[in-house]
Design a protein around this ligand. Structure first.
Ligand SMILES: [Zn+2]
Ligand SMILES: [Zn+2]
Length: 165
């Protein structure tokens, strides 16, 4: 039996409706879902007769099927966000890491390190204690340590050699 949900046009119209129900919040595109899950904040939309998390739907439609065992995670702190640039495929572990991050963010409301680098995406490093670290600051500290310790020592050694000490 042919279902209206199987028509490609129906999908396109429905996707347009879904996108029309979104608004920008900074870089995020938030779906104002009437079914917004109050507990976890995910936007829920109806799709082909059933309810689905909006960010998963958008990922499926714009990128492709979500492999089994994979999760669609947000780099932003916004579970209602459907900006494809803010979504990435992660494992259960990464999703947990994401959850840890969000729990801490909710508590601390800190999205950036003290120097203003974002605690997100590639720049975020969660240590074994669950604390968030800024990769850029870490690498800058490492470079500064190198500058202060190794380079002077090396220059000193070179100077001594040149002066014949
Ligand atoms: Zn976002
Ligand atoms: Zn930083």
């Amino acid at each position: 039996m042919a279902s209206k949900y199987l028509s490609k046009n129906y999908d396109i119209i429905r996707l347009q409706e879904i996108m029309a129900a979104c608004h920008f919040d900074g870089e995020c595109i938030i779906h104002s879902s009437p079914y917004k899950n109050k507990r976890n904040g995910y936007a829920i939309v109806s799709w082909r007769g059933s309810l689905i998390r909006a960010h998963r739907l958008i990922y499926q439609q714009m990128v492709g099927e979500i492999p089994a065992g994979k999760f669609v995670c947000h780099i932003c702190d916004n579970r209602g966000c459907v900006n494809i640039k803010h979504l990435f495929l992660g494992t259960q572990k990464e999703n947990m890491r994401d959850a840890v991050l969000k729990g801490r963010m909710a508590k601390q409301q800190k999205t950036h390190c003290p120097k203003g680098h974002p605690y997100a995406g590639e720049n975020l490093y969660i240590d074994k204690n669950g604390a968030r670290n800024c990769k850029r600051c870490k690498s800058e500290k490492r470079k500064a340590y190198h500058r202060e310790n190794y380079i002077p020592k090396r220059q000193d050694r070179a100077r001594k050699l040149l002066e014949g000490e």
